[in-house]
Write a protein that binds this ligand. Structure first.
Ligand code: PNS
Length: 164
């Protein structure tokens, strides 16, 4: 069975990696897909986010990295996927994810959303907090894959985003 794990991944964190590794053990193929038109003023380009994910998941043979625009339900159908995988960290994620899951169900009743609880040690992690920490020169070791940490530091140095 094919599943899709969508997100902005700006950038991928070890919390994302934890979900990817666990979901890849459940499904025959896991397509991790980067939302193209994330209107969130991303730090990394879509190509960079895809490349970073490809490097960080190169050790998992049944994971494929892709990108998508438009409706997720449409994309999942095109990929032949029957399941959407979503990570849940805390109660604060619930409202939004619940709304999305119901809307996606309305758009495609055949598609299931499967929620996985994030590993406890990553429950406080988010791409935004990692970017903020890195921007202030904080240590991001252990929070993101090594290739992401390297690129994050380079990007912050280059763009002068560093605040501290
Ligand atoms: O990592 P994020 O930012 O929480 O991911 C959100 C994402 C990309 C999964 C969500 O915004 C999404 O599915 N966007 C595609 C548009 C869509 O299908 N929206 C839901 C129905 S209106």
């Amino acid at each position: 069975m094919i599943a899709v794990y969508p997100g902005s991944f700006d950038p991928a964190t070890n919390g994302h990696l934890d979900i990817i590794e666990r979901a890849a053990r459940i499904f025959d193929q896991l397509i991790v897909t980067v939302f193209r038109n994330a209107g969130k003023n991303p730090l990394f380009t879509m190509e960079e986010r895809v490349e970073l994910l490809r490097e960080a998941t190169a050790h998992i043979p049944n994971v494929r990295i892709d990108s998508f625009g438009g409706l997720l339900t449409q994309y999942a159908k095109e990929q032949g996927a029957r399941v959407l995988v979503k990570g849940l960290r805390a109660v604060s994620d619930f409202d939004y994810e619940f709304q999305m899951a119901l809307m996606n169900k309305k758009l495609d009743p055949e598609l299931e959303t499967l929620f996985m609880m994030t590993g406890q040690k990553y429950s406080y992690l988010s791409s935004s907090i990692v970017k903020e920490l890195a921007g202030f020169g904080g240590c991001i070791e252990g929070l993101v894959p090594p290739n992401v940490a390297k690129r994050l530091m380079e990007t912050i140095e280059k763009s002068g985003v560093r605040k501290g």
